[in-house]
Ligand binder design. Structure first.
Ligand SMILES: [Zn+2]
Length: 269
């Protein structure tokens, strides 16, 4: 086993970012079908001045032809749609390029008449990525999730018999950049969709960063302190983090309001 090189580091980074994109993808697609949130953060907490909502400057982005549109005939959140289209296109294009560079062409066989044909077993190998052609979308048909999985395999140089050759250092670095950008785009879209909102106000107990997560309506909001276990906030730990949800949100809001009031006093007094 060789020591990690810059190449393998770039490959691992790409794989980590691609996995993150995959994990957020469902949330992003769900966000397309929801109007950008006005409900979260709740109006009353915004009135307290403790929370900033990142504005979502909706611009018309129709005209792109994503596969996602098929499942979203009436997108309500154009930011989320635009992010999904951008990420999908970037990863699909990367997979097409990499397939051309690092995937063995389909081998030939002879049919019953002795004519050379493309070996059907090799052609149908599920590990293959089929680039889009004028005849059809190829493996894009299987969606972004499979595309990300396939790219992760290339980033980590997972072998499938002799199907793939390792990516060059340049190709790995490029893939790492594409994956990092895709992750940023998805994260930002989810933040704008109100699914992940970093609160302006720090944790009243430890000054850590508070992040609000929503998965559906505002009633399912969960707020997490980024400090983790050392945070002395009087709520139970969940996965090593202080997490407020349900009724526990009330004392948190109260503490945030008290802190905001104090800050206001010191600014104005
Ligand atoms: Zn805290």
């Amino acid at each position: 086993m060789s020591t990690p090189t810059l190449d393998t580091i770039a490959g691992s980074r790409a794989a980590v970012d691609l996995a993150a994109v995959r994990e957020m993808w469902g949330d992003l697609l769900a966000a397309i079908d929801e109007a950008p949130r006005g409900e979260w953060p709740p109006r009353d907490s915004r009135a307290l001045g403790v929370v900033t909502v990142i504005d979502s400057p909706d611009g018309p982005t129709i005209g792109r032809i994503p596969l996602t549109l098929r499942e979203h005939p009436a997108p309500l959140n154009l930011n989320a749609l635009s992010a999904a289209v951008e990420v999908e296109r970037a990863l699909f294009t990367a997979a097409d390029h990499i397939a051309h560079q690092a995937q063995r062409p389909v081998s030939t066989a002879r049919d019953t008449h002795g004519r050379y044909i493309r070996n059907p077993d090799d052609l149908l190998d599920p590990a293959r990525w089929h680039p889009a052609t004028s005849a059809g979308p190829g493996s894009r048909h299987h969606g972004m999730h499979w595309c990300a999985v396939w790219l992760e395999g290339r980033a980590l140089n997972d072998q499938s018999a002799d199907l793939f050759t390792p990516l060059s250092a340049g190709a790995l670095a490029e893939l790492a950049d594409i994956a990092a950008r895709a992750r940023r785009v998805v994260e930002q879209a989810l933040a704008r969709a109100g699914r992940r909102t970093v609160l302006d106000a720090p944790c009243p107990w430890c000054s850590g960063t508070l992040t609000a997560h929503t998965t559906g309506d505002a009633s399912t909001a969960v707020i997490v302190c980024g400090t983790g276990e050392p945070c002395p906030a009087p709520v139970p730990l969940s996965g090593g983090m202080r997490v407020w949800q349900g009724a526990a949100l009330v004392p948190l809001y109260t503490a945030l309001a008290a802190a905001a009031e104090k800050t206001g006093d010191s600014t104005h007094g």
